[in-house]
Design a binder for this molecule. Structure first.
Ligand code: FES
Length: 174
């Protein structure tokens, strides 16, 4: 591996780099390996900042513009770190029919950010999700790992407050 590839990575730990190198090595010979490599790498560091995209491009010997194109095309990938509270809104067909767009609009209005973004203080992120398998209970919203069903725009603020309290209490008890 060239020193160029290594010097790109100043913001991750040695352990994270080891894991990313392992992911890349494991993908050798796999056709279309870019997406799985990006997916696994995002699991390791939580997002895919430009320097990681550059590192992967160098290691896979492909143009960085190709890597960047894939990262920005798929909503699954994020260039920025996620907020402490990551709020997902399902826009699968059933939730969409049940007006999940109104949930997303209200969230964007309340938090002052767009879907896919994180607030400047790093507290909240909004993600647009595909079907979560709870279609009969839509529109569905998630906050971190918790699922909230039959959401209504006027319940969002209260749900956020209650969720934050719930996580704070859970952390105190653990
Ligand atoms: S479409 Fe939203 S849970 Fe299935």
């Amino acid at each position: 591996m060239g020193s160029t590839a290594v010097s790109i990575l100043s913001n991750i730990t040695a352990e994270q780099r080891k894991q990313i190198d392992h992911i890349i090595k494991d993908s050798e010979g796999t056709p279309g390996r870019l997406i799985p490599v990006l997916h696994e790498t995002q699991k390791v560091i939580g997002h895919l900042p430009p320097e990681i995209q550059e590192y992967i491009a160098v290691r896979l010997n492909i143009p960085v513009t190709d890597v960047h194109g894939v990262v920005t095309f798929y909503s699954l990938f994020s260039e920025k770190p996620k907020g402490k509270f990551c709020i997902g809104v399902c826009k699968g067909t059933a939730c969409y029919v049940k007006k999940s767009q109104k949930i997303l609009d209200k969230l964007e209005e309340l938090l002052g950010i767009k879907g896919g973004d994180t607030t400047d203080d790093g507290k909240y992120s909004i993600e647009v999700l595909r079907c979560l398998g709870a279609c009969g209970l839509g529109p569905v919203m998630t906050i971190n790992e918790k699922v909230y069903t039959r959401m209504k725009p006027d319940r969002i603020k209260e749900t956020l407050i209650k969720h934050e309290e719930w996580e704070a209490n859970r952390d105190e008890c653990s």
